[in-house]
Design a protein around this ligand. Structure first.
Ligand code: 6GU
Length: 237
């Protein structure tokens, strides 16, 4: 999968070269390209923002460098149609199902906005372009970040670990919280490892019993109890 990220702080995305995602990049499973939006400005001050039409606080990112940057990225791979992802607190929720859908795509391009956001014509324009495979405005949660970069770190990691060959154990993605199937709409319960006693705390006996049926049943009950306690919103009525 090819992943391009355009930002005024491309160094912010360097952690994608570490850890699990970094291994996927090193292995060639992810072809990662970071771009500095300011490289696509033409004025002496490398301006990327301007005052909002209609007034109001803050600054809005200019469509001009965004158009130049995204056209440049697009032209690098003529035979594949990229999906444009625009992180914004006003976007549709990014969920595990979103990560699943995106993990099947060939090319994701992330446009990181800062300030009060990107001029709305950028999304309008690229939504209508036949050489792009749609535009997704997404939010990672109900809080406001200073820019899309931290959200892109989150989303790329969530997608990367679903790509074939990225996780050591292919079952670890299957049993995740929110994964489709058995754990759908649930969070996972507690986990334990050796030693069987640590300080004054013991690992639950059932996990040491070797009885796989009982263990499975216990884990499901723990997941249900934790979901009811912490995430009643997942259970509906
Ligand atoms: Cl995707 N971007 C920004 N700037 N803030 C957010 C967000 C995204 N998701 C939640 N808050």
């Amino acid at each position: 999968m090819r992943v391009d990220i355009v930002s005024i702080f491309p160094e912010y995305l360097e952690p994608l070269r570490l850890s699990l995602v970094g291994k996927a990049v090193d292995a060639g499973i992810i072809d990662l390209h970071l771009h500095d939006l300011r490289a696509y400005t033409r004025d002496r001050h490398r301006t990327v923002d301007d005052t909002p039409y209609g007034g109001g606080p803050g600054m809005v990112m200019s469509p001009v460098p965004w158009g130049e940057a995204l056209d440049h990225v697009r032209a690098d791979e003529p035979s594949v149609r990229p999906t444009l992802v625009v992180p914004t607190p006003s976007g549709r929720p990014f969920r595990q199902a979103t990560a699943q859908e995106w993990s099947d795509r060939d090319w994701l391009v992330f446009a990181c906005g800062r300030y009060e956001g990107i001029d709305a014509r950028v999304v309008d324009h690229f939504s209508g372009r036949e050489d792009w495979d749609g535009v997704c405005e997404v939010s990672i949660g109900d809080y406001v970040l200073a820019g899309g970069e931290a959200a892109v770190l989150v989303m790329v990691e969530a997608v990367a670990r679903l790509l074939p060959g990225v996780l050591g154990n292919e079952n670890s993605a299957r049993e995740d919280s929110f994964a489709p199937g058995e754990m759908a709409e649930r969070v996972e319960g507690p986990v334990f490892t050796k030693p069987p006693q640590w300080r004054d705390l013991h690992v639950p006996d059932v996990l040491l019993s070797g009885h796989h049926g009982n263990i499975e049943q216990w884990r499901r009950a723990q997941a249900d109890a934790r979901t009811a306690e912490r995430r009643p919103d997942l259970l509906g009525d």
